[in-house]
Design a binder for this molecule. Structure first.
Ligand code: SF4
Length: 421
């Protein structure tokens, strides 16, 4: 249907999208309550940098089929003070009158520890006492209160998913991830456990894409996205970052960087990519650009539940690289020269191979010597075994057959058109 209110005859909005059988009617608007625990706000920065889709597209309801997101964010909201907190209170009391999701950034600290000393770890808004005093409300309390009524609970970033840096050994905060805080039996009103989008910071697109997929499910226009056993979007986190790495070819050939700035595989400088589930290098950090190994940085395992302790000390090669790296080195030392032989051949045009000369003004190109030519000969035999080689008698005969056939068809058409007797 056309959006006549806006004066546009063609623009589609979610309010005009056909809806699909939710008993309570179409979901056209979903509130998103953002809570920040023990966080550096990096996840917020990552989210607002996302491009597919953008936060702006989500909050403007400009993606057909998706409910419009009414975002309540402590930094991005235009409201402040009590006007900002009021919708949180309404949701907590079950008076919001619209479905909502909760997005938690940062880890959940054990507020009992801080309360024991009369303080708090992270809070938002305040309860006002009878004497007018303000008692900050820990975001852990908001999380506990809002969780039962949430249509979906999304943990963004490694601190919120698994605990992350604030939960590292030696911390004094008792920090944990949202899943640990809410417990194994937690289910949202839609029956979903906690959805986890790890990363420090996460790829922004991983977050907005997951939100969009969940909203489609919420609106009844899409299936429940595939999540793995830890609640991660399976299509983003099932593979290791190593598999999509731009340097994986040099790992396979056993060539390793020895210094930062080298272009080869970084495993000997401490890269944990072969075991870390992440799509950073294939997706890029932001706008499909950047991403750890793309820009020369090692993988320190920041998407993994064991991070950071399981991957420390950073910048020290993982013990496993001794076996796998040396195996690659041994295989690569044999494979690499063979590939160079094929490469030499692939770098010659048929004319250059025939004339024995490359007319390049950029430099002298040495032609293959007798040994290399012999290697090419046998390689070609293998390459074309069971087939015909270009310019062979067999190919020329097939070509002649083809030309003959086309000539006959052409004659037939001309006869039909009366052009030829
Ligand atoms: Fe794998 Fe890391 Fe090497 Fe990339 S840089 S190929 S992720 S070990």
């Amino acid at each position: 249907m056309a959006d006549t209110d806006s004066g546009s005859a063609t623009r589609l909005t979610n309010t005009h999208t056909p809806t699909f059988g939710l008993a309570s009617g179409p979901v056209t608007e979903v509130h998103a309550f953002w809570l920040a625990g023990m966080s550096c706000d990096g996840c917020s920065i990552a989210a607002v940098g996302a491009e597919h889709p953008t936060v702006e597209q989500l909050v403007s309801g400009s993606i057909p089929g998706l409910p419009k997101v009414v975002l309540h964010h402590p930094v991005l909201d235009v409201e402040a003070g009590e006007a900002f907190i009021a919708p949180y209170r309404l949701a907590r009391e079950g008076k919001l009158g619209a479905p909502y999701v909760v997005i938690y950034e940062g880890s959940v600290a054990d507020e009992r520890i801080a309360a024991h000393y009369g303080g708090y770890w992270s809070a938002m808004g305040a309860n006002i006492g009878a004497d007018g005093s303000h008692q900050p409300i820990p975001t852990a309390i908001w999380l506990k209160d809002l969780a039962p009524g949430a249509a979906a609970m999304i943990a963004i970033g490694t601190c919120a998913t698994w605990g992350g840096v604030p939960a590292a050994a030696g911390n004094v905060t008792g920090s944990m991830g949202v899943m640990d805080f809410l417990g194994k039996d937690y289910l949202s009103t839609l029956g979903l456990p906690v959805i986890n989008i790890p990363g420090c910071s996460p790829v922004g697109d991983n977050f907005t894409e997951t939100v969009a997929a969940v909203l489609m499910f919420l609106a009844g226009v899409g299936p429940l996205p595939a999540f793995d056993e830890l609640g991660r979007p399976a299509w983003m986190f099932k593979d290791t970052v190593h598999r999509g790495c731009v340097r994986a070819g040099s790992y396979e050939e056993g060539v390793f960087a020895q210094n930062y700035g080298d272009t080869e595989c970084l495993v000997e400088l401490g890269c944990w990519g072969p075991v870390v589930q992440c799509n950073m290098v294939s997706r890029g950090a932001i706008g499909h650009a950047g991403g750890c190994m793309n820009t020369g940085g090692i993988c320190i395992g920041c998407t993994m539940p064991g991070f950071p302790d399981a991957f420390a000390p950073f910048y020290k090669a993982p013990p496993g690289k001794t076996l796998s790296g040396n195996t690659s080195r041994a295989v690569g030392s044999f494979i690499r020269p063979l590939r160079r032989i094929s490469q030499r051949k692939g770098n010659l045009s048929p004319r250059w191979a025939r004339t024995g000369f490359v007319p390049s003004g950029w430099g002298h190109v040495e032609m293959p010597g007798p040994v290399m030519r012999a290697a090419h000969y046998f390689y070609k035999k293998l390459q074309y075994s069971g087939q015909f080689t270009p310019a062979s008698a067999r190919q020329q005969s097939l070509q002649a057959d083809g030309h003959k056939f086309i000539g006959e068809v052409k004659r037939h058409i001309e006869q039909q058109d009366g052009l030829k007797p």
